[in-house]
Design a protein around this ligand. Structure first.
Ligand code: SF4
Length: 490
């Protein structure tokens, strides 16, 4: 079931083995240490872009967050102390109230293979069925590059699943995609269990209706409003992925259609397809997006046109009314790393905004292709794997009335007197889909852009901030939409 490991080759001391250096050396070390297949899978699932290393938070935070948000799941990190400090700090900042396990190492335990034995001991100590359904162990950069073989851990201990994943910054480009690394690994294990015999039902009342599993971390009200859109077709919403509980994984896999609302869940989609479930992309944003998405879902579920029309007729007139009542007369740039940037841009354009640029840290996939084409038809430049430099250049060239972006983009915009709000706050604090999404997002952005004259007056009163100065009070947003730096979401 499990066994010892070969002593991995030591990582040369001059690799600069952090987020911004030594990537090729780390890759070569990982391959030499037996992680070649794992890295090939990661690079195929999450192809890299113009920037090779994270320009936002450590990618592993995505996996950590998914683990920490699940009931009866313990999460253990294996990595350098500085990385673990940063990740646990960030998890607290984002509201985690759970302990994070940590298996420390030094060059001696790493080189001699003792780290694997320490991880194994920690997993056995943690895997108590009274406490947990699963234990997640995450290899960060150095243990991955050193070939610490989590695949040799037992698959279960007293019924507690052991999920070991490698999430190195030199193999997974964004924390968004790292969510998929863990979600996909859990789905794979759950699918194997479901194929082997009966499994537990998800909590709550069981619907007899065919279901749609939503893939992506959504605002809590979004699955409910999407359920309302689907109801006239006779469809219900299945548990979402990433799941909140192990048994929800079975419920999600038991769906009739999987909806890749966030388009970067490549490993998760692979599991739904292996389970024989059709997958649709994009999401129900605005009138045209909702129309196309309901049609795609209805067809994938094998429903007659009359049922699809019933769902469309039930929501599209109201959506038109909401968007007509919240017009946005402004030029806006959008950049972020959540994976929903294209959907947000679609909704803004339907509300009347001019959106010449959308930058996303996530890659182009089959599941955002319809959104990319829709935006391109309207003259929007969509930059996948956008670097910070590309986002800044676009913002400076376009000189938008409002920049929706990441922390450094927002900072730069404010220095130039351009109103700006954090993308992640927009996503985390309001719905995006269906009628609630149109009402909440369009109305709040409309309010932001109405405040631009007030912002310009403030900038002219206080003067332009010097380039290197810390963010001054004048850099506060015109209305209280962004209360914390890139808070929540993520
Ligand atoms: S684990 Fe994260 S923080 Fe640590 S070096 Fe890798 S990418 Fe950077």
């Amino acid at each position: 079931m499990d066994g010892g490991m070969q002593a991995p080759p030591p990582i040369p001391p001059d690799t600069g083995s952090g987020c911004h250096g030594g990537r090729e050396t780390m890759l070569a070390a990982a391959k030499a240490a037996g992680k070649g297949e794992t890295l090939e899978r990661l690079i195929a699932d999450y192809p890299r872009g113009p920037h090779d290393q994270p320009q936002s938070m450590c990618p592993a935070f995505g996996s950590l967050r998914v683990g920490l948000r699940m009931r009866r799941v313990a999460t253990i990190l294996s990595g350098s102390a500085c990385c673990v400090y940063g990740l646990t700090f960030t998890s607290r900042f984002y509201g985690a109230r759970r302990s994070v396990g940590y298996v420390p190492f030094n060059s001696e335990t790493l080189v001699r293979g003792q780290l694997y034995e320490d991880i194994r001991a920690a997993v056995y100590e943690t895997a108590k069925p009274a406490d947990y359904d699963a234990v997640v162990i995450i290899n960060l950069c150095v243990p991955t590059a050193s070939g610490v073989p989590l695949d040799l851990l037992p698959k279960q201990i007293d019924g507690v699943r052991i999920i070991g994943i490698d999430v190195p910054g030199f193999g997974v480009p964004t924390h968004a995609e790292a969510k998929d690394v863990l979600a996909g690994a859990m789905l794979r294990a759950a699918r194997a269990e479901a194929e082997a015999g009966p499994v537990a039902r998800p909590r709550g009342p069981k619907s007899d209706l065919p279901t749609v599993a939503l893939i992506g971390e959504l605002f809590p009200a979004d699955p409910m409003s999407i359920g309302g859109l689907l109801a006239p077709m006779g469809l219900a919403v299945a548990p979402s992925i990433p799941a909140r509980e192990w048994r929800d994984l079975y419920g999600a896999l038991d769906c009739d259609v999987a909806a890749a609302v966030h388009p970067f869940y490549i490993a998760s989609v692979r599991e739904f397809e292996a389970a024989g479930r059709p997958v649709v992309g994009s999401g129900p944003v605005g009138v045209e997006g909702t129309d196309a998405w309901l049609t795609a879902v209805g067809r994938a579920a094998g429903l007659p046109g009359s049922r699809i029309d019933a769902a469309r007729d039930a929501c599209l007139p109201a959506l038109r009314g909401v968007l007509a009542g919240n017009r946005i007369d402004a030029r806006i740039t959008v950049s972020g790393y959540e994976g929903s940037e294209l959907l947000v841009a679609r909704l803004l354009i339907e509300a009347g905004a001019d959106v010449p640029y959308v930058g996303t840290a996530c890659p182009r996939t089959a599941w955002n292709e319809a959104d990319r084409a829709w935006l391109a038809d309207r003259g929007t430049h969509v930059q996948f794997r956008a670097s910070l430099e590309q986002d800044l250049a676009a913002m400076q060239e376009v000189k938008p009335d409002l920049a929706i972006g990441t922390t450094p983009v927002v900072q730069k915009a404010k220095e130039r007197g351009i109103p700006a709000v954090y993308f992640t706050n927009i996503m985390s604090s309001r719905p995006l889909f269906g009628i609630p999404g149109a009402a909440a997002l369009a109305s709040s952005i409309a309010a932001q852009t109405r405040g631009r004259e007030r912002f310009a007056r403030m900038v002219s009163f206080f003067g332009t901030a010097p380039e290197a100065a810390p963010a001054p009070a004048v850099a506060a947003p015109p209305v209280p939409i962004n209360s914390l730096a890139d808070s929540m979401g993520s």
